[in-house]
Design a protein around this ligand. Structure first.
Ligand SMILES: Cc1cc2nc3c(=O)[nH]c(=O)nc-3n(C[C@H](O)[C@H](O)[C@H](O)COP(=O)(O)OP(=O)(O)OC[C@H]3O[C@@H](n4cnc5c(N)ncnc54)[C@H](O)[C@@H]3O)c2cc1C
Length: 370
């Protein structure tokens, strides 16, 4: 198996900048992207038609660190098309559908473990942004549960379960129901939330209400909690959710649950910053109260900041973190050993210039050792 100079996690602006720079400097690399497309993070989070601004952060000067990644005020669709052309032009090596699970330090290099494969590398760059899906928190394995609705038609003819109590879950419930209704499919869409109350905006509620009145088969499950991810005797991955629990006087409880094939479950339970992933990987982070900013003030209680050395290297030598994953701030170790909180604006320019910086550091270290 090849040992790459660098494995890059995430094909956003930061990850692509790393790849282009790595190629230019003669480093071997591959990008692992969990989505089905380059720029998946941007595709998922930008509203349709949004203009993408090439904003340059305060204190920095242009030009854009890699011209081919400059958004130049285009609508997001045009920008993504330009990026796909850039991937072709630079023949960038990307493996799609590869979701980072773990990074294991071996004797001389790292084993980067994804849902399906593993890769070996001397260095790893974490360019996975800030939109890390909240974990379902079930006992057992539930990695195959979808986080968005790619093909509503895949759920025709089977009961589907949508988890989550907010606007995105409601939108998916309405969209799924409409597709089933139009196809004369009377299997239900279950909408489950762990709390009693669902929280959606008026417009979303109106669309959902209209769908129900038009005959959509939508069933609501309040206080429904995902419990176990399991494989049944036919080898089907299933998710069990608890829907009712009755207490008996003698301390016994009666639990009722429903089990759905995971391929018909969509979990819309939101995203969080990368702190839990950094923690899982054993990277040093400090709490807001532990670090002082340039203004002399401590950070917000509860917030966490990753600790970085020069060249955006984390506390584990050979693992780097860049872009939105380290925004809005990180902690730098100064030469005298003191720690200082450093602001880091969440912009495409910043992610691209971080990517260039991290790769230059890797190339510099490689040339020193060879
Ligand atoms: C609505 C909106 C509008 C914005 N408008 C602008 C603008 O006009 N101008 C501007 O400069 N900035 C804008 N930004 C900010 C800009 O989009 C980010 O700064 C930039 O996308 C960060 O790039 P990144 O590569 O660090 O992360 P991302 O773009 O988030 O890319 C991360 C990639 O990693 C992938 N990934 C995540 N987890 C894993 C995993 N476990 N395994 C493998 N892959 C993974 C994701 O699918 C994604 O493709 C906007 C942000 C938002 C949300």
């Amino acid at each position: 198996m090849d040992i790459y100079d660098v494995v890059i996690i995430g094909a956003g602006p930061g990850g692509l900048a790393c790849a282009i720079k790595a190629k230019e400097l003669g480093l071997t690399y591959v990008i692992l992207e969990k989505g089905t497309s380059v720029f998946q993070g941007i595709i998922d989070s930008y509203p349709k038609g949004k203009k993408v601004y090439p904003t340059i952060p305060k204190g920095e000067t242009g030009p854009f660190p890699i011209e081919d990644l400059d958004p130049s005020h285009e609508p997001v669709e045009k920008y993504v098309a330009k990026i796909n052309a850039c991937v072709e032009k630079h023949k960038i090596a990307i493996q799609l559908g590869e979701d980072l699970q773990d990074i294991v330090k071996e004797e001389k290099d790292f084993r980067v473990v994804t849902g399906q494969n593993y890769y070996r590398a001397s260095n790893v760059i974490l360019a996975f942004g800030r939109n890390i899906p909240v974990d379902l928190g079930v006992y057992g394995d539930a990695k195959t549960v979808a986080r968005r609705l790619d093909n509503p038609e895949d759920h025709i003819g089977a009961s589907a379960l949508v988890l989550g109590g907010g606007n995105s879950a409601a939108d998916i419930v309405a969209a799924l129901s409409k597709v089933k209704r139009t196809a004369d499919d009377d299997t239900p869409v279950y909408w489950a939330h762990r709390r009693e109350q669902f929280k959606v905006d008026k417009g979303v509620a109106r669309d959902l209400g209209e769908e129900i009145l038009l005959g959509g088969n939508i069933r609501i499950l309040q206080g429904a909690i995902p419990v176990i991810g399991d494989v049944d005797k036919d080898g089907v991955d299933r998710l069990l959710i608890g829907v009712r629990s009755v207490d008996y006087d003698d301390g016994m409880k009666l639990h009722q649950g429903m089990s759905f094939p995971m391929k018909h479950v969509i979990a819309c339970i939101g995203t969080q910053g990368p702190a839990p992933v950094f923690e899982h990987l054993g990277l040093r982070q400090l709490s807001g109260a532990e670090v002082i900013g340039k203004t002399g003030r401590a950070g917000k209680a509860g917030s966490k900041f990753i600790v970085l050395r020069s060249g955006l290297q984390t506390s584990i030598e050979g693992i780097y973190a860049i872009g939105a994953a380290i925004s809005p701030a990180y902690v730098v170790i100064q030469e005298d050993g003191t720690l200082e909180r450093q602001k880091h604006v969440d912009l495409i320019f910043t992610a691209v210039s971080d990517g260039v910086q991290a790769i230059e550091e890797i190339a510099r270290r490689k040339s020193k050792t060879s």
